[in-house]
Design a protein around this ligand. Structure first.
Ligand code: ATP
Ligand code: MG
Length: 417
């Protein structure tokens, strides 16, 4: 579990704000979902033999001895809510953001509590929906300035029936080469053979070079839909790599699957993953409803922003210094008025008194752009002094009444920076 400290929260907040703006610009609406669900919800949707359900869930018995789980991902809970509240009678575009929990070996970009932005769209089976989701991702990357650092990989994995046929063929082939497979893949041969396609082991990869390919087992309609999706991506100017071995780790996907990956984050290279899950709503007792979605790993996205030197300053605009008790009292209603007039401006007041020298030291350390000074002379003359701490400008003393005009300029500068 990781603390996100004040030095990093500005980056998180700017990312969250960008997400909110992009999502609402496409008409997606927020849902807020519980962090704890009954265990069986995840077992049924994610799949009994997946990494998540086999070894990564935080599961416990509550006081009534019901088995509960801290959510390892958001789609299951979102689909439960959609069915429970009958949300998918008309197409629904939904999103949520929050912590997820998986018992994994912690490393850079891999935590036991991490955060995802999840986006889910219900009710549209055609690939225009898939294209919209992918376009929305790119818009988000652009807003953050990371679009050049992310590549889209995409594939179609057909229907569950297609995959069952393929699974038999794949197991038939791999069974002849068991000895050459890595340990994980040997284990998966019985439980979840498609995951072997994901193996990073080079010997296993070599065996896979001659394995049957999933594409040959997918029906013509599904393939035509995939071609249509690719045509939409071309129209949008979104570059992609069709990766025939991309299968994703969760059982509920069908047809389109995709991932956005980066070369800047080492082994934890996938920042976003998603796809279509047309049967999940029905699995949860709802009316058959096509659906598609994706999840962004927000830790990995912030790591990527940091790797690209994208910074967001937490520093205030003004640090307020007062000469003495009387000056402090004099400043109170004035600052109160400024905060009401300029809600976007960050005004930090020095508290606890002290000499001018020590207050200026703090002001400097705070990283604020300006010190706003109420000295004895200023108070008597209804003036303030503005001393630049970071800004490239001259110190000046102005009438209280001119302060608002000055702050409007500060705000303009801050916004254009
Ligand atoms: P991986 O193969 O890296 O374990 P995954 O397939 O398990 O990823 P998903 O379940 O698809 O991941 O989750 C979507 C995204 O959430 C991932 O692409 C990643 O960015 C992020 N994510 C998943 N697990 C973690 C984790 N333990 N810590 C941080 N981010 C994570
Ligand atoms: Mg994982």
């Amino acid at each position: 579990m990781v603390d996100i400290l004040p030095e990093d929260t500005p980056l998180w907040q700017s990312m969250e704000t960008a997400a909110l703006e992009v999502l609402s610009s496409y008409g997606y609406e927020e849902v807020r979902l519980p962090i704890i669900e009954s265990t069986d919800l995840f077992a049924r949707s994610i799949g009994e033999v997946t990494d998540i359900v086999e070894k990564e869930m935080y599961t416990f018995a509550d006081r009534n001895d019901d088995s509960m789980t801290l959510r390892p991902e958001g789609t299951a809970g979102c689909v439960r809510a959609v069915v429970q509240h009958n949300l998918a009678v008309t197409p629904q575009r939904l999103w949520y953001m929050g912590p997820m929990f998986r018992y994994e070996r912690p490393q850079k970009g891999r935590q036991r509590q991490f955060h995802q932005l999840g986006v889910e769209a219900f009710g549209v089976s055609s690939p225009d929906q898939d294209a919209e989701l992918i376009a929305l991702c790119r818009q988000f990357w652009r807003r953050l300035g990371v679009d050049d650092a992310l590549q889209l990989e995409i594939n179609t994995i057909g229907s569950a029936a297609d995959r069952a046929c393929y699974r038999d063929a794949l197991v038939g082939y791999l069974s002849q080469h068991v000895d050459q497979l890595d340990e994980d893949s040997q284990r998966r041969l019985d439980s979840n053979p498609l995951r072997i396609l994901d193996s990073k082991n080079s010997d296993t990869q070599q065996i896979l070079d001659n394995a049957p390919v999933l594409q040959d087992y997918i029906d013509d309609d599904t393939r035509a839909e995939f071609e249509q999706l690719l045509a939409y991506l071309n129209a949008l100017g979104i570059e992609y790599v069709v990766n025939p071995r991309l299968v994703r780790g969760l059982d509920y996907y069908n047809k389109t699957v995709f991932e956005w990956t980066t070369e800047h984050l080492g082994a934890q290279s996938t920042v976003c993953g998603g796809g279509r899950y047309d049967t999940l709503v029905e699995t949860f007792g709802g009316k058959s409803t096509p659906a598609a979605g994706f999840a962004v790993g927000l830790e990995r996205l912030t790591l990527l922003m940091q790797a690209l030197d994208i910074t967001v300053s937490p520093a205030a605009d003004l640090y307020v210094i007062t000469a003495n008790e009387a000056a402090f009292r004099h400043s109170l209603p004035r600052l109160d008025g400024l905060r009401r007039r300029f809600p976007e401006l960050d005004i930090v007041q020095h508290l606890g008194g002290g000499s001018f020298k020590s207050q200026f030291k703090r002001a400097d350390k705070s990283g604020a752009a300006w010190a706003l000074v109420y000295g004895e002379a200023e108070v008597a003359a209804e003036q303030v002094t503005l001393k630049p701490l970071r800004a490239d400008a001259e110190q000046k003393t102005i009438a209280d009444t001119e302060l608002e005009v000055f702050l409007e300029e500060v705000l303009n500068d801050a916004q254009s920076a």
